[in-house]
Design a protein around this ligand. Structure first.
Ligand code: PMP
Length: 398
């Protein structure tokens, strides 16, 4: 049973737990129930907005675009202004080779598009992925999920997929001239915040180039400043062939993208000319929100302070007897505890006290702290006090 299943089962059988907690409004780092009780959001909807709830500039951008237009959508006839502006802003903040943006609706769809275009561009079929990887829930994205048992209910999935061990440099030899692409998160999120060595990522880059396989980085969860760099690949001094984005991209609105060099995306135009058609992908209101969200991140230089804030959490929590260690980069923190049961107890206790964290899909025995990046030091201190109180309460009971 996965962490999340276990957690939900646990919650469902605990009558005093506020399952199905109704949230009436949310602002900044807080969510409020109908009685006005605040819940401190240390998860940002699993990195759905890096600016917290309802950032005024994102909200205003949505309202302004709603007043201008909400759809045009005639294939090839109209180009929507918010898409053009957002694509330009993204490309301006990415390396030269990531110059063409294909908008979609979600992280799963960004990965689908990337896998498809890699097959078209290379004319190969083999896809390489990694153990404990999560890339989404559509059939293609599910096919590269790095857990055999979880996939059983959905087989048959895509053929010709090979799984390697994340972080194992020797395994990379298996990338061959039959490989269309390699897909991974440069830092694994649901695997439990696993940071590989620079050598691993750089060897991977070199091997893909040598064999003509495309390197796809899924930064759906780690992108847009989460790890203390605008994009996580910057930690490793490499550039992927395709970059997949979603979640925080939209500042709370549903949008995703796969971004590549024009010559790679142009292979969708080859015959048969069925590329990746999507009705709502790059919706103008979502593009307007995404543009405002990225502008705030850049103009307010928010990313520059993210590593320090992550370290502040670690400093404040490290002496608690239940804490066995951390894996932290920026504001993505796995807090290690002794067992999965203790992790669940801490999360339940946190809910009671009004602080919300999250488990990892594939890593028992750690809870996740991934708050909005504009969290203040005062809020970090308050959140840590609540977490310490939650852990104290669990310790007293066990
Ligand atoms: N990739 C990663 C790394 C993710 O964390 C997620 C979502 N948890 C996805 C892909 C899928 O994104 P979505 O839910 O928007 O389809």
């Amino acid at each position: 049973m996965t962490n999340r299943q276990l957690f939900l089962q646990h919650v469902a059988t605990t009558s005093d737990f506020p399952i199905g907690l109704e949230i009436e409004r949310a602002e900044g780092i807080y969510m409020y129930d109908p009685n006005g009780r605040p819940y401190l959001d240390l998860v940002s909807g699993v990195s759905v907005s890096n600016l917290g709830h309802g950032h005024p500039r994102v909200r205003q951008a949505v309202k302004d675009q709603v007043d201008k237009y909400m759809h045009l959508m005639v294939y090839g006839e109209f180009i929507e202004t918010p898409q053009v502006k957002l694509a330009k802003l993204l490309a301006d903040n990415l390396p030269e080779s990531l110059n063409s943006v294909y908008f979609v609706n979600s992280g799963s769809e960004a990965n689908e598009g990337a896998l498809k275009v890699a097959k078209r561009y290379t004319d190969r079929t083999e896809i390489i992925a990694f153990n404990n990887a999560y890339h989404g829930s559509t059939h293609g994205a599910l096919s590269v999920l790095g857990d055999e048992e979880m996939k059983n209910a959905y087989r048959p999935l895509l053929p010709d997929i090979r799984f390697l061990e994340f972080g194992n440099v020797a395994d990379l030899e298996q990338i061959s001239d039959k490989t269309a692409c390699v897909i991974l998160e440069p830092i694994q999120s649901e695997g439990g915040m696993i940071i590989p060595s620079k050598e691993f990522i750089q060897t991977l880059r070199a091997r893909c180039t040598e064999k003509g396989a495309l390197l796809i980085f899924d930064e759906v969860q780690m992108g847009f400043g989460r790890t203390g760099k605008l994009f996580a690949f910057e930690h490793f001094d490499v550039v992927p062939d395709i970059l997949c984005l979603a979640k925080a991209m939209g500042g709370g609105m549903p949008i995703g993208a796969f971004i590549s060099d024009k010559k790679i995306l142009d292979s969708f135009k080859n015959k048969p000319m069925l590329g990746h058609i999507t009705t709502f992908g790059g919706h103008p209101v979502c593009c307007a929100a995404a543009k405002a969200s990225l502008e705030v991140l850049l103009e307010e230089n928010i990313v520059a302070d993210v590593q320090r804030k992550g370290e502040l959490f670690v400093t404040l929590l490290k002496d608690h007897p239940l804490v066995k260690g951390f894996r932290q980069l920026g504001l993505f923190i796995a807090v290690e505890v002794e067992t999965q049961e203790i992790m669940i107890e801490i999360m339940k206790e946190g809910f009671e006290l009004g602080v919300v964290m999250d488990p990892f899909l594939f890593y028992p025995g750690a809870y996740r702290i991934a708050p909005p990046l504009n969290i203040t030091d005062e809020e970090i201190h308050h959140a840590s006090e609540l977490l310490i109180q939650a852990m104290d309460n669990v310790m007293k009971r066990t």
